[in-house]
Design a protein around this ligand. Sequence first.
Ligand SMILES: *[C@@H]1O[C@H](CO)[C@@H](O)[C@H](O)[C@H]1NC(C)=O
Ligand SMILES: *[C@@H]1O[C@H](CO)[C@@H](O)[C@H](O)[C@H]1NC(C)=O
Ligand SMILES: *[C@@H]1O[C@H](CO)[C@@H](O)[C@H](O)[C@H]1NC(C)=O
Length: 222
Amino acid sequence: MAAWFLVVFSVLFSLSSANVQSKVTDNPADQLVTTLNANRTAHKEPALFDNPGLACIALQYIKAYQGSCDEVGGPDAKKPPDSDFAETFAPNCGVLASSLSPITGRLLGCQSKYLGPSEAFSEILMTKDKSLEILYNKNHTQVGVAVSGSDGGSPYFWCILFSGGKTNTSFVLEGGVAKVSRPGCFSGANDDCNGARDWSRTPPTWTLAVGALIALVYAVGL
Ligand SMILES: *[C@@H]1O[C@H](CO)[C@@H](O)[C@H](O)[C@H]1NC(C)=O
Ligand SMILES: *[C@@H]1O[C@H](CO)[C@@H](O)[C@H](O)[C@H]1NC(C)=O
Ligand SMILES: *[C@@H]1O[C@H](CO)[C@@H](O)[C@H](O)[C@H]1NC(C)=O
């Protein structure tokens, strides 16, 4: 009975939300962009263009960590070399190397437990001292967001890349289409991707055993 009610309710809810927000896809990365832009506009900064080429690169950025959460923040923090953008990330996404633009900010978070986009934003990504400064930086014109678990499970990574490039001449996709790769979701491509939500339903047993939320964040202006 309760389950039946929930099904009816969620169908009604998805129908009504589909009517209101036809552009927002069932994709946690798109939802994080919506949260981020709402926060910027509340702070009188313009909303950023959601660039699928940049977002695909954000997913490659996550993949460079190969699931090593402890390399995101803390004493063992590492970041991929900048040369990876042109040599690996852009070709993997079908982004024209000639259209790469400077990155004006990066926020990267990794945590053991899956959190939804708005919780990941406020409880993980915005927790560093520099996070707000990066979020409100006036040099950004566009953003790309990605989320992925390693092999579809814990730990979960979120990556936000900001750029100051011209919105329709930077991170240009060959043929105009993003190369969708799984596991992981990225923003801006009108791609339904609810993989992250499915992962959260079946947490690996070790996360249950640990219980606590382990979260590491990396925030850098350039
Ligand atoms: C924007 O995000 C920051 C960090 O999570 C939060 O403190 C602030 O209240 C948010 N602002 C709005 C208007 O939601
Ligand atoms: C914006 O970019 C200019 C030129 O690169 C730089 O001098 C300035 O510090 C940047 N502003 C911020 C807030 O990062
Ligand atoms: C690029 O963006 C500008 C401003 O948003 C727009 O006026 C122009 O038509 C766009 N160019 C192309 C090729 O889409």
